[in-house]
Design a protein around this ligand. Structure first.
Ligand code: DOR
Ligand code: ZN
Length: 334
């Protein structure tokens, strides 16, 4: 197959930042997606209704063809009135960052009991809990697996709460999701499906591939691919596209984050084609997530064409994963 039409995808996890880069980052996601779930880890964080409204307005102005779906950041002590304000402003999810786990997460949650009232309120109001699942106190490559018991406790403590475990990176997380009730789902990124840790540091160091959770082993990658192509309602696409300026990525303290928005759909097509599962791609990019978030599919289509191209070394001032490499597929929004 040299051509594939998909119902227009959604990106169920994207970072757009604030300030000068926002317009280009939002427009980039709009080239392949009809909606995007926008992460709230800006400085200051998106954590009240006014901030949600203001951020949405900036994004909508920059990328009118891609609907921003909003999230808020769970902050210990924020209170249920602030959560109610975020819900009234249309948020679909509240984001749980373990304190110190990733970019701009110093103000996150150190102890889940510190946000008990907020979680109970979210459960009562049927708003999704989105989780960055890493224990920052664990060794770097074990952080996801070591956080799974925390997710398990949350699932049992809030028996009606719907949960998305974000950007899975390990076989153990895939197995955990499948063992949990159906109200628990997960996003998977294009970079965790395409690359493994050897691509990051097996040759020369590739800062464009450094992210949290970090890329893992080839066996982990195979488990993620099996989950993504399975047609399960539990796994769907969230790019975790996380732009950082090239100068920061090439500094002596490179921040975590892969700017995958320009390459995500071509990477996914290559992964699904290699697995002999191109017919399962639309479910992963354009159906399963919408179903979980109880939205109709997008109108419109994305055309994927098997046509090689070389990824530039810099896009939108960022370092894309696969920079300088040939990719087999191109994506065009119809
Ligand atoms: O690699 C990452 N970058 N992981 C995250 O969870 C956050 C993100 C960012 O905001 O840069
Ligand atoms: Zn993220």
């Amino acid at each position: 197959m040299n051509e594939l039409r998909l119902g227009l995808p959604d990106d169920w996890h994207v970072h757009l930042r604030q300030g000068p880069g926002l317009a280009a980052y939002a427009a980039r996601t709009a080239t392949s997606c009809g909606r995007m779930l926008v992460m709230p880890n800006t400085l200051p964080p998106v954590a009240d209704g006014l901030a949600v409204d203001a951020y949405r307005a900036q994004i909508a102005a920059a990328a009118p063809s891609c609907q921003p779906l909003m999230t808020f950041k769970l902050l210990p002590g924020m209170g249920t009135a602030a959560v109610a304000g975020c819900l009234a402003a249309g948020c679909l999810a509240g984001k749980y960052y373990p304190a110190g786990a990733t970019t701009n997460a110093a103000d996150g949650v150190a102890d889940p009991t510190s946000i008990h009232q907020e979680l109970a309120y979210m459960e009562d109001n049927d708003i999704v809990l989105s989780i960055h699942g890493e224990n920052p106190a664990a060794p770097a490559l074990e952080r996801e697996t070591e956080f799974l018991p925390v997710v398990d406790r949350l699932i049992h403590a809030y028996p009606r709460l719907r949960i998305v475990l974000e950007h899975l990176s390990t076989a153990s997380a895939v197995a955990a999701v499948l063992a949990w009730p159906e109200r628990v789902a997960a996003t998977i990124t294009a970079h965790h499906l395409f690359f493994c840790i050897d691509d990051l540091l097996g040759g020369s160091l590739q800062p464009g591939l450094f992210c949290k959770p970090p890329l893992k082993s080839a066996a982990d990658r195979r488990a993620l691919v099996a989950a993504a192509v399975s047609g399960s309602p539990r796994f769907f696409f969230g790019s975790d596209s996380a732009p950082h300026p090239v100068s920061a990525k090439l500094s002596s303290a490179a921040p975590a984050g892969c700017y995958t928005a320009p390459v995500a759909l071509p990477l996914l097509a290559e992964v699904f084609a290699a697995a002999g599962a191109l017919s399962a791609l639309e479910h992963f990019t354009s159906r399963a997530g919408a179903n979980f978030y109880r939205l109709p599919p997008n109108r419109g289509e994305l055309l994927l064409t098997r046509q090689a191209w070389q990824v530039p070394s810099e896009i939108d001032g960022c370092l894309p994963p696969a920079a300088g490499r040939q990719l087999a597929w191109q994506a065009v929004r119809l």
